[in-house]
Ligand binder design. Structure first.
Ligand code: URA
Length: 275
């Protein structure tokens, strides 16, 4: 019996379920409003959100149930817009209580690399290693990302890396639309503050969220797209996520084509000519 229980726990850990969040299961996807109020950027009056300090030590907290998705998003927009630089934005995000993922994550995973970079890379959400270290893309997928970058002469001193959602979803599940929408104003402001010339979206979730499309990654990859933010259009590309490439190594062939496309554009824009 003990051996079977140990086997079950090992299996949970292997598939990424390494955290007991609550005694009863919650269907977070069912909490997303059916009319997707979340995706509308209409301004609504924002009731004050409780601050992290007022909430006391880190316990299992939920976004206050009285707040609608629209109110949470409006608070996020206000808070993100007020940030004048990346340090401000990190502070605002660490005080933000509108995303339930904060309750289960160990720490905020804000960004890594060069904040003045002309290339910004955005992934989906931190995994277990990132959650432990507070740095995006440091696990196996991150190591592959580093190799992908190196193949076209890039490294973390030449790019800035972040995620659409800065807290790890329990068990590495996909962030819900509600969680993504709550964090999106911060990610958009982060992109605006870094102000890259090229935005690379890693994987379908990041590409769909940032480029406002439901197209699949296989249709988006391999061509230049456009990201609208901060009053300008930025050249954007959707690349296959390194975690997907670890599972489907045969697709590295496509990733290589996309990296060549990126390298060609870097050359055309003369991004590192003085380095
Ligand atoms: N996958 C992501 O999308 N982001 C990370 O930071 C790590 C893995």
């Amino acid at each position: 019996m003990t051996q079977r229980l140990a086997g079950l726990l090992r299996w949970y850990a292997d598939v990424g379920v390494d955290l007991a969040v609550d005694a009863v299961p919650h269907d977070r996807f069912a909490e997303t409003p059916a009319n997707s109020e979340v995706t509308s950027y209409a301004r609504q009056p924002a009731p004050p959100l409780p601050s992290a300090a007022a909430a006391g030590p880190r316990v299992m907290r939920e976004a206050p149930p009285a707040l609608t998705a629209g109110a949470i998003e409006a608070a996020a927009l206000d808070s993100a817009a007020a940030a004048q630089n990346l340090d401000d934005l990190r502070d605002s995000l660490s005080r933000f209580e509108g995303c339930g993922l904060k309750a289960t994550a160990t720490r905020l995973v804000f960004g890594d690399g060069n904040p003045d970079a002309e290339i910004m890379i955005v992934g989906e959400a931190p995994g277990a290693d990132e959650d432990r270290q507070g740095v995006p893309f440091v696990g196996r997928a991150g190591q592959l990302l580093d190799k992908m970058l190196a193949s076209i002469d890039l490294d973390r001193s030449k790019v800035y890396i972040a995620n659409v959602v800065p807290w790890r979803p329990p068990g590495n599940r996909t962030p819900t639309p509600l969680e993504t929408a709550a964090c999106l104003p911060f990610t958009r402001r982060q992109i605006e503050l870094v102000d890259p010339k090229i935005l690379v979206c890693l994987g379908a979730a990041a590409a769909q969220t940032l480029l406002g499309t439901k197209e699949g990654i296989m249709r988006m990859r391999g061509r230049w797209l456009s990201y609208a933010g901060g009053g300008k259009d930025i050249r954007a590309a959707a690349l296959l996520h390194p975690a997907y490439l670890l599972r489907q190594p045969a697709q590295k062939r496509l990733a290589w084509q996309d990296l060549r496309m990126l390298a060609k554009e870097i050359k055309r824009l003369q991004l590192f000519v003085n380095d």
